[in-house]
Design a protein around this ligand. Sequence first.
Ligand code: URA
Length: 210
Amino acid sequence: MTARTHVIDHPLVQHKLTLLREKHTSTASFRAILRETALLLCYEVTRDLPLAPVAIETPLQAMQAPRLAGRKLCFVSILRAGTGLLDGMLDLVPSARVGHIGLYRDPETLDAVEYYFKVPSHLEQRLVIVVDPMLATGHSASAAVTRLKDAGAGDIRFLCLLAAPEGIETFHTTHPDVPVYTAAIDDGLNEKAYIVPGLGDAGDRMFGTK
Ligand code: URA
């Protein structure tokens, strides 16, 4: 099965993405805008969740009203930058379970190296949405999803803010069954594997570590 790449072109998302790209945006503003953007991205990535009618009573009469009916949601953040998306997603779906995967990029090989893995139980019964703001080489995203599949996850979506064509290609070659949701697909990667034009290092921008 080949999964699609969904570009979320909602005007509010695009406007906020521009603010995030702007190099003069402060750390505090970056974090706040990323949180707002994540909420909107979460709205789109959950757009097709199944509903089922449930009997309720309004103050006026009884009715059948739609309620979420599918798998329980689990958000998995790829550390550390995934945290910046996670907060906004939890604003929208506070009941979601949360997992964390710690991966760093080997500066020589650019391969993903795992240093932390903690996820909720029964992943096979959940819709798992993996979040990382930047899909650059695709190595971290691919490694994270491989690890989640090994842990039992079968219904997975990948959500990012920005993607490079190379990252999408690598990710979909490894995981053709996992759809990617992104606010934009940029031109490509530079020699240091940063997305261009991009927004710089997402972790540094949100935590002020540069
Ligand atoms: N990670 C980032 O934070 N930024 C990039 O451009 C690529 C990877």
